[in-house]
Design a protein around this ligand. Structure first.
Ligand code: F6P
Length: 366
């Protein structure tokens, strides 16, 4: 029967466990044999006990846990041909040629590279005597389904990535906690949130937290932003507001592409308003803790769909990403989604934010 491996790669995210659990249990339900590749692609390169057959109860009790129970790593060796060849050898030795990979765009690009190189690597392994011709012929290609696990919500084509909703909850809890101490002292707080080149977490938490100002990579402010921001804050104080909270995305920048850091914002306010300003950088707290209800049920459906894709994958099938659009599960072409995502990131790092916004389509502006 068909063997389906699941792995988590790159930075962890709440909800990855729900995907893993759904893949394992769907595979069993469909009479396929589920495997977990421990520690991401590193486990595929290492082989041996890193590739484990999974049972129903192996994924019990993980649905409500943050992180990933099967481990993750950023694997340098997997970027080299030698590492990829070992991964193919180890997977084929177990009879595995169907993989559900959960990770960010970097991990999924790596996965697709393995898929593209698979048959060439198999030939090399046969030449080296590490794989028999029969084994190679039995697994001529790699079937691949990706699920985007990242709190950054940075995949073009999908509305929400696994972990984003939980990270938002974490940020909102922190902002609520900060509001009360800020109000007591009539202080201003600058809260730095994660997201790499994507401002989703910053923007949504600023709205949900009722914050006063937000800086995101997608909308670099025009020159003189310091003065305009301080004017807004001054107006708020004059209207009787006791706390001021500003959210800064870690990738925030100005129109010239210079970073707008929490420290820069702090200094601007201190200099102009003479206020007491504190910085809180939320860091990895955002990636920890229990997954939200959404990150459990939606991730379960994504894992279920990805596993079914792998159970039924056939000759001509293309690799896909299972994502969401308007609360429905959609199947995206893997490389197209990754290419578009990379393009947006490229525009943002070059400071061409108009192109970045345009390339995300009309829906993004709306
Ligand atoms: O991509 C997820 C993320 O948490 C980003 O928001 C952040 O920039 C980065 O990973 C942090 O990476 P690390 O965990 O390696 O410090």
């Amino acid at each position: 029967s068909r063997k389906i491996a699941v792995l988590t790669s790159g930075g962890d995210a709440q909800g990855m466990n729900a995907v893993v659990r759904a893949v394992v249990r769907t595979a069993l339900h469909e009479d396929a044999v589920p495997y977990a590749v421990m520690e991401g692609w590193k486990g595929a390169v290492e082989g041996g006990s890193f590739i484990r057959k999974m049972t129903w109860s192996d994924v019990s009790g993980i649905l409500n846990e943050g992180g990933t129970a099967i481990g993750t790593a950023r694997c340098e060796a997997f970027r080299e041909r030698d590492g990829m060849r070992k991964a193919v050898r180890n997977l084929v030795a177990e009879g595995i040629d169907r993989v559900v990979a959960i990770g960010g765009d970097g991990s999924l690009t790596g996965a697709d590279e393995l898929r593209a190189q698979w048959s060439g690597l198999l030939d090399e392994l046969v030449d080296r005597g590490e794989v028999t011709r029969e084994q190679a012929d039995a697994h001529p290609r790699l079937h691949l389904a990706g699920v985007v696990g990242s709190i950054d919500n940075d995949l073009v084509g999908s509305d929400m990535t696994v972990g984003t909703d939980s990270a938002l909850h974490r940020i909102i809890e922190a902002i609520d906690a900060i509001s009360s101490t800020a109000a007591s002292h009539q202080r201003t707080f600058v809260v730095e949130v994660m997201g790499r080149r994507c401002g989703y977490l910053a923007l949504m938490s600023a709205i949900a937290g009722g914050c006063d100002y937000v800086f995101i990579p997608e909308l670099p402010p025009e020159e003189g932003w310091e003065g305009r921001m301080c004017e807004k804050l001054r107006e708020g104080r004059a209207a009787g507001r006791r706390d001021s909270i500003i959210v800064v995305a870690e990738g925030a920048q100005d129109r010239q592409g210079n970073p707008i850091t929490a420290k820069l914002v702090q200094e601007a306010i201190q200099d102009r308003l003479g206020e007491d300003v504190r910085i809180t950088s939320l860091g990895h707290v955002q990636r920890g803790g229990t997954p939200s209800a959404y990150d459990r049920w939606m991730s379960t459906i994504l894992g279920y769909t990805a596993a079914l894709e792998m159970v039924h994958a056939g000759e001509g099938d293309e690799p896909c990403i299972v994502g969401t659009r308007r609360n429905r599960v959609v199947r995206l072409r893997l490389m197209e989604a990754i290419r578009e995502t990379r393009a947006v990131k490229g525009y943002l790092s070059s400071g061409d934010y108009e192109a970045a916004v345009d390339s995300r389509g009309p829906g993004f502006r709306g």
